[in-house]
Design a protein. Structure first.
Length: 335
Protein backbone atom coordinates (compact mmCIF):
# COMPACT_ATOMS: atom_id res chain seq x y z
CA UNK A 1 0.00 0.00 0.00
CA UNK A 2 2.89 2.33 0.84
CA UNK A 3 4.42 1.70 -2.62
CA UNK A 4 1.13 2.62 -4.36
CA UNK A 5 0.89 5.88 -2.32
CA UNK A 6 4.44 6.86 -3.37
CA UNK A 7 3.58 6.28 -7.03
CA UNK A 8 0.48 8.44 -6.66
CA UNK A 9 2.49 11.31 -5.13
CA UNK A 10 5.11 11.16 -7.91
CA UNK A 11 2.39 11.11 -10.60
CA UNK A 12 0.60 14.12 -9.06
CA UNK A 13 3.86 16.06 -8.83
CA UNK A 14 4.70 15.45 -12.51
CA UNK A 15 1.21 16.53 -13.58
CA UNK A 16 1.51 19.74 -11.53
CA UNK A 17 4.88 20.58 -13.09
CA UNK A 18 3.52 19.94 -16.59
CA UNK A 19 0.62 22.39 -16.12
CA UNK A 20 2.92 24.96 -14.53
CA UNK A 21 5.17 24.81 -17.60
CA UNK A 22 2.21 25.37 -19.93
CA UNK A 23 1.27 28.57 -18.12
CA UNK A 24 4.59 30.38 -18.78
CA UNK A 25 4.41 33.58 -20.88
CA UNK A 26 5.26 33.23 -24.55
CA UNK A 27 7.93 35.47 -26.16
CA UNK A 28 6.89 38.63 -28.00
CA UNK A 29 7.65 37.07 -31.39
CA UNK A 30 4.54 34.89 -31.15
CA UNK A 31 2.66 37.61 -33.04
CA UNK A 32 1.54 39.48 -29.95
CA UNK A 33 3.43 42.62 -30.99
CA UNK A 34 4.77 42.98 -27.48
CA UNK A 35 1.34 43.49 -25.90
CA UNK A 36 2.19 41.23 -22.96
CA UNK A 37 5.23 43.33 -22.15
CA UNK A 38 3.35 46.59 -22.53
CA UNK A 39 0.34 45.58 -20.47
CA UNK A 40 1.83 46.60 -17.15
CA UNK A 41 3.42 43.30 -16.06
CA UNK A 42 6.95 42.92 -14.76
CA UNK A 43 8.30 41.64 -18.08
CA UNK A 44 10.66 44.14 -19.69
CA UNK A 45 9.93 45.52 -23.13
CA UNK A 46 12.58 44.24 -25.56
CA UNK A 47 13.61 46.65 -28.31
CA UNK A 48 15.31 45.36 -31.45
CA UNK A 49 17.60 47.91 -33.13
CA UNK A 50 18.92 47.19 -36.63
CA UNK A 51 21.67 49.74 -37.26
CA UNK A 52 22.97 50.46 -40.76
CA UNK A 53 26.65 50.41 -39.70
CA UNK A 54 28.87 50.73 -36.65
CA UNK A 55 31.82 52.13 -38.64
CA UNK A 56 30.66 55.73 -38.24
CA UNK A 57 31.19 57.80 -35.08
CA UNK A 58 27.72 59.27 -35.64
CA UNK A 59 26.01 55.89 -35.60
CA UNK A 60 28.11 54.66 -32.68
CA UNK A 61 27.00 57.68 -30.64
CA UNK A 62 23.39 57.14 -31.77
CA UNK A 63 23.46 53.56 -30.43
CA UNK A 64 25.08 54.71 -27.17
CA UNK A 65 22.28 57.26 -26.70
CA UNK A 66 19.67 54.59 -27.43
CA UNK A 67 21.20 52.15 -24.94
CA UNK A 68 21.36 54.83 -22.23
CA UNK A 69 17.69 55.74 -22.72
CA UNK A 70 16.62 52.08 -22.73
CA UNK A 71 18.45 51.49 -19.46
CA UNK A 72 16.95 54.66 -17.98
CA UNK A 73 13.43 53.47 -18.82
CA UNK A 74 14.00 49.86 -17.71
CA UNK A 75 13.84 48.28 -21.17
CA UNK A 76 16.15 45.79 -22.86
CA UNK A 77 17.68 46.61 -26.24
CA UNK A 78 19.30 44.27 -28.75
CA UNK A 79 21.48 46.01 -31.36
CA UNK A 80 22.60 44.36 -34.60
CA UNK A 81 25.00 45.91 -37.13
CA UNK A 82 23.95 45.51 -40.78
CA UNK A 83 27.47 46.46 -41.95
CA UNK A 84 25.95 48.44 -44.83
CA UNK A 85 24.63 45.15 -46.27
CA UNK A 86 20.89 45.10 -47.01
CA UNK A 87 20.74 41.29 -47.17
CA UNK A 88 22.34 41.08 -43.73
CA UNK A 89 19.94 43.71 -42.40
CA UNK A 90 16.89 41.79 -43.60
CA UNK A 91 18.29 38.59 -42.06
CA UNK A 92 19.16 40.39 -38.80
CA UNK A 93 15.60 41.67 -38.41
CA UNK A 94 14.17 38.20 -39.00
CA UNK A 95 16.59 36.80 -36.40
CA UNK A 96 15.54 39.39 -33.79
CA UNK A 97 11.87 38.69 -34.45
CA UNK A 98 12.43 34.95 -34.07
CA UNK A 99 14.29 35.40 -30.77
CA UNK A 100 11.61 37.73 -29.43
CA UNK A 101 11.31 41.53 -29.52
CA UNK A 102 8.37 43.82 -28.76
CA UNK A 103 9.18 46.72 -31.07
CA UNK A 104 11.74 47.32 -33.85
CA UNK A 105 13.94 50.37 -34.41
CA UNK A 106 15.27 50.36 -37.97
CA UNK A 107 17.94 52.52 -39.59
CA UNK A 108 17.54 51.24 -43.16
CA UNK A 109 20.53 50.49 -45.36
CA UNK A 110 18.25 51.02 -48.36
CA UNK A 111 14.78 52.66 -48.18
CA UNK A 112 13.18 50.23 -50.65
CA UNK A 113 15.26 47.02 -50.38
CA UNK A 114 14.50 46.81 -46.66
CA UNK A 115 10.93 45.77 -47.55
CA UNK A 116 11.46 42.08 -46.49
CA UNK A 117 12.38 43.23 -42.97
CA UNK A 118 9.27 45.42 -42.78
CA UNK A 119 7.11 42.57 -44.05
CA UNK A 120 8.55 40.16 -41.47
CA UNK A 121 7.78 42.64 -38.69
CA UNK A 122 4.26 43.18 -40.00
CA UNK A 123 3.59 39.42 -40.11
CA UNK A 124 4.80 39.14 -36.51
CA UNK A 125 2.59 42.11 -35.50
CA UNK A 126 5.64 44.09 -34.39
CA UNK A 127 5.56 47.87 -34.81
CA UNK A 128 8.50 49.60 -36.53
CA UNK A 129 10.07 52.98 -35.78
CA UNK A 130 12.67 54.20 -38.28
CA UNK A 131 15.52 56.49 -37.28
CA UNK A 132 17.78 58.91 -39.20
CA UNK A 133 16.78 57.44 -42.59
CA UNK A 134 13.13 56.93 -43.58
CA UNK A 135 11.67 54.03 -45.56
CA UNK A 136 9.28 54.33 -48.47
CA UNK A 137 6.74 52.11 -46.73
CA UNK A 138 4.69 53.56 -43.88
CA UNK A 139 5.81 52.68 -40.34
CA UNK A 140 4.60 53.65 -36.86
CA UNK A 141 6.93 56.66 -36.72
CA UNK A 142 10.09 58.16 -38.20
CA UNK A 143 12.50 59.91 -35.83
CA UNK A 144 15.03 62.11 -37.55
CA UNK A 145 16.03 65.56 -38.58
CA UNK A 146 15.22 67.73 -41.57
CA UNK A 147 18.39 67.31 -43.61
CA UNK A 148 17.16 69.79 -46.21
CA UNK A 149 16.85 72.38 -43.44
CA UNK A 150 20.40 71.52 -42.35
CA UNK A 151 21.52 72.24 -45.91
CA UNK A 152 19.64 75.55 -45.83
CA UNK A 153 21.29 76.54 -42.52
CA UNK A 154 24.72 75.73 -43.98
CA UNK A 155 23.79 77.65 -47.14
CA UNK A 156 22.76 80.76 -45.21
CA UNK A 157 26.04 80.68 -43.32
CA UNK A 158 28.00 80.25 -46.57
CA UNK A 159 26.23 83.25 -48.12
CA UNK A 160 27.00 85.33 -45.02
CA UNK A 161 30.68 84.31 -45.12
CA UNK A 162 30.92 85.20 -48.82
CA UNK A 163 29.56 88.72 -48.45
CA UNK A 164 25.90 88.51 -47.50
CA UNK A 165 22.57 87.99 -49.23
CA UNK A 166 22.49 89.59 -52.70
CA UNK A 167 26.19 90.50 -52.46
CA UNK A 168 27.91 87.14 -51.99
CA UNK A 169 30.71 86.25 -54.41
CA UNK A 170 33.20 83.40 -54.68
CA UNK A 171 33.76 79.77 -55.52
CA UNK A 172 32.43 76.92 -53.36
CA UNK A 173 33.61 73.30 -53.48
CA UNK A 174 30.94 70.85 -52.30
CA UNK A 175 32.03 67.49 -50.86
CA UNK A 176 29.09 65.10 -51.26
CA UNK A 177 27.97 62.07 -49.26
CA UNK A 178 26.71 58.81 -50.78
CA UNK A 179 25.38 58.61 -54.33
CA UNK A 180 21.59 58.50 -54.36
CA UNK A 181 21.26 58.69 -50.57
CA UNK A 182 18.27 60.61 -49.18
CA UNK A 183 20.42 62.45 -46.62
CA UNK A 184 22.91 63.41 -49.33
CA UNK A 185 20.21 64.70 -51.68
CA UNK A 186 18.53 66.74 -48.96
CA UNK A 187 21.78 68.32 -47.74
CA UNK A 188 22.68 69.08 -51.35
CA UNK A 189 19.26 70.50 -52.30
CA UNK A 190 18.84 72.60 -49.15
CA UNK A 191 22.26 74.21 -49.66
CA UNK A 192 21.66 74.87 -53.37
CA UNK A 193 18.21 76.32 -52.61
CA UNK A 194 19.89 79.14 -50.68
CA UNK A 195 23.28 79.58 -52.36
CA UNK A 196 21.87 79.06 -55.86
CA UNK A 197 20.09 82.42 -55.56
CA UNK A 198 23.45 84.21 -55.43
CA UNK A 199 24.54 84.99 -58.99
CA UNK A 200 28.06 85.80 -57.82
CA UNK A 201 28.68 82.35 -56.31
CA UNK A 202 29.80 79.32 -58.31
CA UNK A 203 29.43 75.81 -56.79
CA UNK A 204 31.78 73.00 -57.86
CA UNK A 205 30.17 69.66 -56.99
CA UNK A 206 32.82 67.14 -55.95
CA UNK A 207 32.61 63.35 -56.28
CA UNK A 208 30.75 61.24 -53.72
CA UNK A 209 33.03 60.52 -50.76
CA UNK A 210 30.55 58.44 -48.71
CA UNK A 211 30.96 60.67 -45.61
CA UNK A 212 34.47 59.19 -45.09
CA UNK A 213 37.41 61.49 -44.31
CA UNK A 214 40.06 59.51 -46.19
CA UNK A 215 37.97 59.54 -49.37
CA UNK A 216 37.31 63.26 -48.98
CA UNK A 217 41.03 63.96 -48.60
CA UNK A 218 41.78 62.28 -51.91
CA UNK A 219 38.85 63.94 -53.68
CA UNK A 220 39.66 67.39 -52.29
CA UNK A 221 43.33 67.18 -53.26
CA UNK A 222 42.27 66.85 -56.89
CA UNK A 223 39.55 69.49 -56.55
CA UNK A 224 41.93 72.00 -54.96
CA UNK A 225 44.51 71.48 -57.68
CA UNK A 226 41.85 72.23 -60.33
CA UNK A 227 40.31 75.10 -58.29
CA UNK A 228 43.09 76.91 -56.37
CA UNK A 229 40.87 80.01 -56.21
CA UNK A 230 38.28 78.32 -53.98
CA UNK A 231 36.79 80.53 -51.25
CA UNK A 232 34.66 78.10 -49.26
CA UNK A 233 34.25 74.36 -48.73
CA UNK A 234 30.84 72.90 -47.93
CA UNK A 235 30.80 69.23 -46.89
CA UNK A 236 27.76 67.05 -46.23
CA UNK A 237 29.35 66.01 -42.92
CA UNK A 238 32.13 67.22 -40.64
CA UNK A 239 34.32 64.18 -41.19
CA UNK A 240 34.70 65.06 -44.88
CA UNK A 241 35.08 68.76 -44.05
CA UNK A 242 37.91 67.92 -41.65
CA UNK A 243 39.57 66.03 -44.51
CA UNK A 244 39.45 69.25 -46.54
CA UNK A 245 40.87 71.14 -43.57
CA UNK A 246 43.79 68.71 -43.48
CA UNK A 247 44.53 69.32 -47.18
CA UNK A 248 44.21 73.11 -46.84
CA UNK A 249 46.58 73.09 -43.85
CA UNK A 250 49.16 71.13 -45.82
CA UNK A 251 48.78 73.57 -48.72
CA UNK A 252 49.05 76.55 -46.31
CA UNK A 253 45.72 77.88 -47.59
CA UNK A 254 43.62 77.53 -44.44
CA UNK A 255 43.54 81.28 -43.83
CA UNK A 256 42.07 81.87 -47.31
CA UNK A 257 39.27 79.27 -47.34
CA UNK A 258 36.16 79.06 -45.13
CA UNK A 259 34.83 75.63 -44.11
CA UNK A 260 31.20 74.74 -43.36
CA UNK A 261 30.12 71.23 -42.38
CA UNK A 262 27.20 69.36 -40.85
CA UNK A 263 26.80 67.11 -37.77
CA UNK A 264 28.45 69.07 -34.93
CA UNK A 265 31.38 66.69 -34.56
CA UNK A 266 33.33 67.81 -31.48
CA UNK A 267 36.56 67.86 -33.46
CA UNK A 268 34.95 70.36 -35.84
CA UNK A 269 33.58 72.44 -32.94
CA UNK A 270 37.09 72.59 -31.44
CA UNK A 271 38.40 73.71 -34.85
CA UNK A 272 35.80 76.52 -34.80
CA UNK A 273 37.06 77.60 -31.37
CA UNK A 274 40.63 77.51 -32.74
CA UNK A 275 39.66 79.66 -35.74
CA UNK A 276 40.33 76.96 -38.36
CA UNK A 277 36.71 76.15 -39.25
CA UNK A 278 33.77 78.46 -39.86
CA UNK A 279 30.61 76.59 -38.86
CA UNK A 280 28.78 73.30 -38.52
CA UNK A 281 25.13 72.31 -38.05
CA UNK A 282 23.77 70.43 -35.02
CA UNK A 283 22.99 66.76 -35.56
CA UNK A 284 23.39 65.39 -32.01
CA UNK A 285 23.20 61.57 -32.42
CA UNK A 286 22.95 60.81 -28.69
CA UNK A 287 19.79 62.91 -28.45
CA UNK A 288 18.47 61.20 -31.58
CA UNK A 289 19.09 57.80 -29.96
CA UNK A 290 17.33 58.88 -26.78
CA UNK A 291 14.30 60.22 -28.65
CA UNK A 292 13.91 57.14 -30.86
CA UNK A 293 13.96 54.77 -27.87
CA UNK A 294 11.42 56.92 -26.02
CA UNK A 295 9.23 56.90 -29.14
CA UNK A 296 9.61 53.12 -29.63
CA UNK A 297 8.60 52.44 -26.02
CA UNK A 298 5.50 54.60 -26.40
CA UNK A 299 4.60 52.68 -29.56
CA UNK A 300 5.13 49.34 -27.77
CA UNK A 301 2.75 50.47 -25.02
CA UNK A 302 0.07 51.41 -27.54
CA UNK A 303 0.44 55.18 -27.07
CA UNK A 304 -0.16 57.57 -29.97
CA UNK A 305 2.96 59.18 -31.46
CA UNK A 306 3.41 61.55 -34.44
CA UNK A 307 4.34 59.93 -37.76
CA UNK A 308 7.37 62.27 -37.89
CA UNK A 309 9.29 63.16 -34.73
CA UNK A 310 11.73 66.01 -35.41
CA UNK A 311 14.85 65.86 -33.22
CA UNK A 312 15.77 69.48 -34.05
CA UNK A 313 18.91 71.22 -35.33
CA UNK A 314 20.70 74.60 -35.35
CA UNK A 315 23.92 76.42 -36.23
CA UNK A 316 27.23 76.17 -34.37
CA UNK A 317 29.70 78.97 -35.07
CA UNK A 318 32.17 81.15 -33.17
CA UNK A 319 29.31 82.70 -31.17
CA UNK A 320 28.30 79.47 -29.38
CA UNK A 321 31.02 76.89 -30.05
CA UNK A 322 32.56 77.18 -26.56
CA UNK A 323 29.14 76.69 -24.96
CA UNK A 324 28.39 73.40 -26.73
CA UNK A 325 31.88 71.89 -26.88
CA UNK A 326 32.94 69.01 -24.66
CA UNK A 327 36.16 67.05 -24.98
CA UNK A 328 34.33 64.06 -23.47
CA UNK A 329 31.65 63.86 -26.18
CA UNK A 330 32.14 62.86 -29.82
CA UNK A 331 29.42 65.30 -30.93
CA UNK A 332 28.19 68.63 -29.61
CA UNK A 333 25.14 68.02 -27.49
CA UNK A 334 21.97 70.03 -27.94
CA UNK A 335 20.68 71.60 -24.75
Amino acid sequence: MKKRNNLFVVSALLTSLMFAGCSQSQPAADGGGGNAAASGGDKKIVIGFSQVTSESPFYTALVDGAKAEAQKQGADIVVMDAQNDIEKQNADVQDMITKGINVLILNPTNPTAVAPALQAAKQANIQVVTVDRPTEEKVAAFVGRDNKEMGRIAGKQAVSLLGGEGKATGKVIELQGDAGGKVMMDRHDGFHEIVGKESGVKIIEGPYSDYVRSKAVKAFQDLLQANPDVNLVYAHNDDMALGALQVLEQAKMLDKVKIVGIDGLSEAVKAIIDGKYSATVFNDPAKLGSIVVDTALKVAKGEQVPEYVDAGTGLIDASNAKDVYSDKAVFAQMK
